[in-house]
Design a protein around this ligand. Sequence first.
Ligand code: IVH
Length: 696
Amino acid sequence: MDAAVSARAEVLRAQIAHHDRLYYELDAPEIPDAEYDRLFRELQALEAEHPELATPDSPTRRVGGRPLDSFAPVRHVVAMLSIRTETDTEASGALNFDARVRRELGLGALADDAPPVEYAAELKFDGLAINLRYEHGVLVQAATRGDGETGEDVTQNVRTIRDVPLRLTPLPAKGQDRGQPSLFDAPGLPEVLEVRGEVYMRRDDFDAYNERAITAGEKTLVNPRNGAAGSIRQLDPAIAAKRPLSFYAYGLGEVRGWDLPATHAGVLDALVAFGLPVSEHRAVCTGGEALAAFHARIAEARPSLPFDIDGVVYKVNSLALQAKMGFVTREPRWAVAHKYPAQEALTTVQDIEVQVGRTGKLTPVARLAPVFVGGVTVTNATLHNESEIRRKDVHVGDTVVIRRAGDVIPEVVSVLSDRRPADARAFSMPSHCPVCGSDVVREEGEVDHRCTGGLYCSAQRKQAVLHFAQRRAMDVEGLGDRLVEQLVDSGLIRTLPDLYRLGVLKLAELDRMAEKSAENLVASLEKSKRTTLGRFMFALGIRHVGEATAKDLARHLGSMDRIMDASVEELAQVPDVGPVVAASIHTFFAQPHNREVVEQLRACGIEWEEGEAQVASGPLVGRTVVLTGTLPTLSRDQAKDLLEAAGAKVTSAVSKKTDFVVAGTDAGSKLTKAQELGINILDESGLMSMLEKKEP
Ligand code: IVH
């Protein structure tokens, strides 16, 4: 055998052992899973080709982590198995699994008349597997998986998780007497029920935790999964208790004194009845196509789930068939994990540039060597601000972990500092705006640097135009990024009123602009002129004046002139306008050029109904409402419009002032907060009936 091959295997084993230790024992991985999988598969392939290389201590021979000495060992009565992974991230992954199951059950190919197999499909949670042991309905022990045979006793830490019931709810009496009830059996509660599931950390909890850690100067968590795993394996339960963890159940371990349902789906329903949290994202699917459809549906929902998943899991639904199929080594034949494209990947930072936003905020952006992640090729990632770069210690030339989840902007998660080249370059914020050359300032107590150029700065001008034209502001259709870029760069637009002075002819001269689109844009601009004072106020893009504040100002002060001439004190009288917002509005209108913009826009024909301060009408006047999660039929914008039309004020944060929260599926921390504060919670139909109520 080639010495080079043997040396490569040696290197891979050492690297994998290093990363195993970081991952399983220190809960602080450096590289994304996909990168680890690549190393692991390379070693597996080498060993398969050269069996003499497969040493007994090779990491390919070991599943999962070693139990730590510090926790008491727990021997699992029923081994905690691993699960086979279908790495084909296309729909065919589901079909492959179905074909394999049919073959193993001797059901023949799909084309035959043999009936399709029924499956239970659920999410693959990304956390730490835990076995909860309930005796007579009382939680007596919680253990990690460890090596599958022996785990660690983490009962103290798991008890601090709010989702984990310390006592089960007894099931209705029916069927209870069929087991072997002992004298101690409470009716409806099994003698022993081991529940398996995943401890995980929600993304908002993770973010909030890290934010607090940064302020307190404490260590931050690398990612939610390691946040969860690291917290559960904290020796000090007081520390674990401070980490916000959640739990979902997905299976059983040892069971005594309870007749099992016939199907896995039945088991999950029973777990719900026992009071355990089971994700609602589960389905019974008949045949491989239905599994593929589930995979696709969850792929779409994935970015809006409040927690990370790396795939879905399919299980043969019938427990009898599961028993018939059995296991290969430590993986059941009746289950598979079907992955999604990884959301994290390794790449290098080729440069760090600075972008200028609407309010002049400077955002450092990493230019990356192109990398495929989360289903697309990524070349840029945000670095947020200078403190963030310091904290993560990002240099130009560094190898970094980047993350892209759904449509969110890709971000740099961490740096592999031991791969830093000698010529790596540190970053510092420029003292002058890279676009217009104006001074850059960082105000007291703020993390952001800002360009002081205002609308003199073309970058700010572009963002201001886009903000002005957006749907919830002036609603000008057909004015996208590219076009605004051209309009500003060509000098056609210097101030907002210039927008209304564009003619079809001037527009049609621009690159890629057909006469028809030019006509449409002019028509759309014309239409936008009839608006409301609230929309217009929002469209101006005054710092700290969001949509709700703009509407409040319109409602309470009634006219543009009153708003423009209001003193800070008068402005602060408007509900929810605090001193910072009032000062920002006042400063804005104290600038003659801003007043000039307003006058010119009016001169261009923009109009709204002015009036005395209006008292809104409708069944929800004076009510403050927060929307969260996905509603079954209404979009967020539609729900907001309906609420506002009924006189309600829609805000984004839940506080004591919130009158009620409308929550859909996958509602996150806002729902939890509302529950804590005892605020009324409605679903979509509750909202609809509230809206139908006539005024008192
Ligand atoms: S079932 C017999 N279902 O994936 C099958 N596992 O290697 C045992 N996981 O660490 C696992 N979501 O913690 C199952 N819905 C789900 C799961 C799930 C996540 C984790 C589990 C284990 C790994 C399997």
